[in-house]
Design a protein around this ligand. Structure first.
Ligand code: B12
Ligand code: SF4
Length: 621
């Protein structure tokens, strides 16, 4: 089920709204000496193809943006801890500026939920009198905010509040809390004092627990779907977030200082940057269009050029990854960005000579842009990840076909841009189809011949916040356990076969390994180096090395699962994984984030059918 859309015309913040909020907080922060730790949850069991290098060599933009917003607001005692770099970090032992922080924030994707929970539990070990205000956010809480709360009196733990939105939601929350914070009062005490007063209900994008018992949520109040920032130029500069990174270490505690500027590039050689957000397509398995409330948001070319130049100067960053959902989504906006970048300079030298970057696009939009791919390369673009999914469009039609995919790949190769296909394996796709382009290996071969430099093959897996999410559970497609092993959240990364109607699902698991092995192997590496057949041969060889390393990890992690799938039995899930804690909106109606099956606070039951615009219908009081 998709996130509901706000009333038409009320999806976006008013122009300038974030700027004035930032200004107000800058004034307010002078009276509050706050220390903040922002942790990025990372489950190491997810390390495998197709993201094996990027997952740890790119300081994530989510925590950096939140850190940048804090620093910009005037809270310079802020530290960002990445579990990717600090595996042993224990929130219960953290000290910043010699004291337990006032705020502890956690950011998590769904697949890193176990680590997110472990960190929150650990933070809850801090004596309540000194405990920081615990705020959870990021892609996990955007779709499943209840996942950071406990309803079990025998097992109390939980965040104080979940943010289901972006920077401005957090800053609005802080503005309210700091405006009413008494002298020497902890921020958490202020929060507890006002939580039940309804004062937070005017900030859309929050979910908090109403309770009288520490760590036990009796009901969750959802203030609704956030308003989105339309003009991303209003965001604080990303250079700020990099100043706050905790240096990599094996310690449970924090270092005395943040990572020095001259070390940033060593640990995070790729800089992820928000350029645009949103996508015009409506793939049933994708939550992105609904999350963005069908809006397409972006930064100006000038702002992007300035950000890249400053990040290059301050940290020596030369490689960037655009956090775009579909960078070519809107041709006019794309051209404005690439033309500006192509004509920009850093220290008198064209940007493309200093900076290389890549991002995500679709086949359809690449072909629409075919006359402009030279400008795209001149803007510094060297790699584009394309959602090919299934070349024959048997899974989803979004303007791709075998010929169109080939054409797009050839055009990109010709222009010196690496085409990086992202494929989706599904139940009806065989491993090999003689003479036809339908099989997975046939497509991997076609893509390779068309110039693909890397390969991503994921299994079709229900995504939270997507249109087809609940149907996958209701129809019995999704597994609960296989051969006695439960499907855990870290396995929802689409590398594991966890939702299938195939009679022999182990074949699907092995097909993915076979496709990767076909693509990444020592023979191809040798060919790439000895008989290069394109100008992109160095990138090709590099990707082969990373690919083989990742493939070893993928074998190690998923082969056992293939064996279990072979052995069985497979137990299927019967219910959508909804909140067990009752939820409601601030005015007592149905919560915007509740999935069907969620108990309604004060009411008996929610209908299991969803309806357009609302997540569930109230059956009875
Ligand atoms: C870049 C990217 C990656 C990179 C990440 C590298 C890195 N270290 O940064 C790579 C390529 C490695 C990657 C991999 C995967 N990704 Co990815 N990725 C993205 C992408 C395109 C951009 C992420 C980003 O930087 N966004 C910009 C930042 C600013 O946004 P943000 O992280 O959402 O943070 C904002 C808010 O969430 C909020 N927020 C975040 N944290 C916090 C914390 C607090 C306290 C608060 C208050 C607020 C808050 O404020 C932030 C500022 O606006 C997003 C889609 C998107 N456009 O966001 C998907 C996305 C994050 N990926 C997703 C997925 C599923 C994956 C994979 C599992 C892929 C797969 N198999 O399908 C793997 C996981 C790999 C791993 N082991 O972790 C999903 C996550 C869904 C979910 N519910 O968790 C997303 C959202 C795409 C989607 N389907 O919607 N990904
Ligand atoms: S094209 Fe990509 S981003 Fe757009 S809706 Fe489809 S899967 Fe999502």
């Amino acid at each position: 089920m998709e996130l509901p859309r706000r009333t038409r015309g009320d999806e976006l913040l008013k122009p300038g709204e974030l700027l004035s909020l930032r200004q107000r907080l800058q004034n307010l922060s002078r009276r509050h000496d706050l220390t903040t730790v922002i942790a990025c949850a990372f489950d190491w069991r997810t390390r495998m193809l197709p993201f094996i290098y990027a997952d740890t060599h790119m300081a994530p933009a989510g925590v950096r943006s939140i850190g940048a917003a804090m620093l910009d607001a005037g809270f310079d005692k802020t530290r960002i801890v990445l579990q990717q770099w600090n595996r042993n970090f224990r929130p219960s032992q953290m000290r910043l500026d010699g004291r337990i922080p006032d705020l502890f924030m956690v950011s998590s994707m769904q697949i890193h939920s176990a680590e997110c929970e472990a960190m929150i539990r650990d933070a809850c070990r801090i004596d309540p009198a000194h405990r920081p205000l615990i705020i959870a956010g990021g892609p996990k809480t955007i779709y499943e905010p209840w996942g950071v709360f406990s309803a079990d009196p025998l097992d109390p733990w939980g965040a104080d509040i979940a943010v289901t939105g972006e920077e401005h939601v957090l800053l609005s929350l802080l503005e309210v809390l700091l405006s009413i914070r008494a002298d020497n009062e902890s921020v958490r005490t202020t929060f507890m004092r006002v939580r039940n007063s309804g004062i937070l209900d005017s900030i859309p994008g929050l979910v908090y627990a109403r309770t009288d018992r520490e760590g036990v949520a009796e009901e969750l109040v959802d203030t609704g779907i956030q308003r989105l920032l339309g003009d991303l130029d209003e965001l604080p500069h990303p250079v700020l977030g990099y100043r706050l990174l905790e240096p990599p270490s094996r310690m449970a505690t924090l270092g005395a200082r943040a990572l020095p500027a001259d070390q940033v590039r060593k640990y995070s050689p790729i800089g992820s940057l928000v350029l645009t957000l949103g996508c015009k397509f409506a793939c049933h398995y994708c939550p992105i269009p609904a999350y963005n409330q069908r809006q397409y948001r972006g930064k100006s070319g000038q702002r992007i050029a300035a950000e890249m130049a400053r990040l290059y100067r301050e940290y020596g960053l030369r490689h960037f990854f655009g956090a775009d959902d579909n960078f070519f989504n809107d041709q006019q906006r794309t051209l404005e960005i690439v033309d500006t970048l192509a004509s920009s300079e850093i220290d008198g030298v064209r940007i493309r000579r200093k900076i290389r970057w890549g991002t995500e696009v679709t086949i359809h939009d690449t072909l629409q842009m075919k006359d402009h791919l030279r400008e795209v390369r001149n803007a510094g673009v060297r790699a584009l990840w394309l959602g090919v999914e299934d070349m024959t469009a048997a899974l989803i039609k979004k303007g791709q076909s075998v010929d169109r995919t080939r054409e797009a790949f050839h055009l990109l190769q010709e222009r010196g841009i690496c085409p990086m296909p992202m494929m989706m394996h599904h139940d009806s796709q065989p491993l090999y189809t003689p003479g036809k382009p339908y099989g997975l290996l046939n497509q991997a071969r076609l893509l390779r011949k068309a110039g693909a430099v890397s390969l991503q093959v994921l299994m079709m897996t229900p995504a939270t916040g997507s249109k087809s999410y609940e149907d996958a559970f209701r129809s019995g497609l999704v597994y609960e356990s296989v051969a006695g092993r439960r499907v855990e959240q870290h396995m929802l990364d689409a590398n594991y076969v966890v939702a299938s109607e195939h009679k022999q699902p182990w074949k699907k698991q092995l097909n993915i390994l076979a496709a990767y092995l076909y693509f990444y192997n020592p023979l191809r590496l040798a060919v790439a180096l000895v008989w290069p057949n394109s100008r992109l041969y160095l990138a090709d060889a590099g990707m082969q090395v990373i690919g083989m390393w990742g493939l070893v990890q993928t074998f190690r992690r998923t082969l056992g699962w293939a064996m279990r799938l072979m052995r069985g039995p497979i137990k299927r899930a019967t219910k959508v994984p909804a909140s067990r804690i009752p939820m409601r909106s601030a005015d007592g109606e149905v919560s915007s984030h509740a999935l069907p099956g969620t108990p309604q606070a004060g009411l008996v039951q929610l209908n299991v059918e969803s309806s357009a615009g609302t997540h569930a219908d109230v059956l009875s009081e």
